[in-house]
Design a binder for this molecule. Structure first.
Ligand SMILES: [Zn+2]
Length: 400
């Protein structure tokens, strides 16, 4: 019996080192006490005729992780389908003889089970990665494929708030997956981040108003002002990439009065060390968005030359970043730049990440310096004087 269960565990597609984990403890560490509780709980469940999957401490049924969350019912249902193995992934469809191929239709790289579709597939990863800039989601090492109930195990280890976030996130990823497999154009990942974050905030108000009321804006306007204050973007530190990735931060600078424009690009490793810093004057630039997209394209081309790592592409312009993840701009006036970007993307893994302006001050300074001084340069593994004071601040405030 155990052999069958062990064989069902799918290994992670990413090369992680193994670790020991004891699921009934939040710490993941085995204790006799938790084993005793699990055993007595199993005994109680068996002899009381209960059928629910229960946690070690007996106080929090695993299913309650889902049912007691404060997300809308439709999201809970998706979570339950995931855990029950009835979410119609390709793997599930093959089991039900609805399809003959279990390969993921989006990436074509692996079998599509729930873990692949919601965590491991490149499209899902992009959403997770970007959502981490906004939500305190668990790190990659907790996203473990340990059998059909992987989601339940993950939720059980999280705080109530994070649990709600994860249920919302996998619900949305599944929606996007369905849209994509049905040939629909999907929005850029930055829109997904905004959508989920505002949805989450509105759900947190649901104790006072129904979610529908909030989404339709039907609550009293005074309440809107109290509960939805307009805030300045929080002053966040620069977002360092995970080890094994490099981060390319880019910014464009454009001045309407004389149409002068420039691009600033900086590629850094996970410790914030500079791989290159570059700025370039742009001739014949029409507007700020063009400068932003130009900066992306120039930065990506330089990144391919100067690192072998996959690259997280950071910009504070969601419109410009959309050129990486959608085809919306290919027929625009910026089409030539966007097509160049798509071409560059076929050579390397580039993951778009929307950051705040305050997180992008190094690239911003490079671009402004270049535009005002009309100068172009590339600095390899060294720091241009114009950012000497600024660059160390990013390293200091880095979250590890
Ligand atoms: Zn896939």
């Amino acid at each position: 019996m155990d052999v069958l269960h062990i064989l069902k565990i799918r290994t992670s597609p990413r090369q992680r080192s193994d670790f020991i984990s004891w699921f009934p403890e939040k710490s993941g560490i085995f204790s006799v006490k938790s084993a005793y509780k699990l055993a007595t709980c199993d005994h109680d469940t068996t002899f009381s005729g209960g059928a629910s999957s229960a946690a070690a401490n007996g106080s929090r049924s695993l299913w309650n992780c889902v049912w007691q969350s404060s997300v809308p019912q439709k999201m809970k249902i998706t979570a339950c389908k995931i855990v029950s193995g009835v979410l119609p992934t390709q793997q599930c469809k093959v089991l039900r003889h609805i399809s003959t191929s279990s390969t993921c239709q989006l990436c074509g790289l692996e079998e599509e089970g729930t873990y692949h579709a919601l965590i491991a597939c490149i499209h899902a990863r992009e959403v997770w990665l970007n959502m981490r800039t906004r939500w305190p989601l668990p790190p990659d090492d907790l996203l473990v494929d340990n059998g059909r109930e992987w989601l339940m195990h993950l939720l059980y280890r999280c705080s109530d708030d994070v649990r709600d976030m994860i249920i919302m996130l996998v619900w949305r990823i599944w929606q996007l997956r369905n849209d994509q497999t049905h040939g629909k154009e999907i929005p850029p990942v930055s829109s997904t981040v905004e959508f989920l974050d505002s949805y989450y905030k509105s759900i947190k108000l649901a104790g006072r108003y129904s979610v529908d009321e909030i989404l339709k804006g039907k609550m009293p306007s005074s309440a809107t002002q109290i509960v939805l204050p307009r805030r300045e973007a929080p002053s966040l530190p620069w977002s360092a990439p995970s080890p094994g990735y490099a981060a390319l931060s880019v910014d464009g600078s454009f001045q309407e009065s004389d149409s002068s424009a420039a691009a600033g690009m900086v590629l850094r490793d996970h410790e914030g060390q500079i791989i290159f810093a570059a700025y370039r004057v742009l001739f014949y630039c029409n507007d700020a968005l063009e400068a932003e997209i130009h900066a992306l394209m120039q930065g990506m081309a330089l990144a391919i030359q100067h690192t072998d790592l996959p690259v997280v592409v950071q910009s504070d312009s969601s419109e410009a970043l959309a050129s990486l993840s959608s085809n919306a701009l290919t027929r625009s006036a910026y089409g030539h730049l966007v097509r160049e970007i798509k071409e560059l993307m076929s050579n390397r893994e580039f993951v778009p990440q929307k950051i705040y302006r305050t997180q992008n001050r190094v690239a911003d300074r490079l671009a402004n310096y270049s535009r005002s001084e009309r100068t172009t340069a590339v600095w390899l593994r060294s720091v241009p004087p114009c950012i000497e004071d600024l660059w160390p601040l990013d390293c200091n405030t880095m979250t590890s």
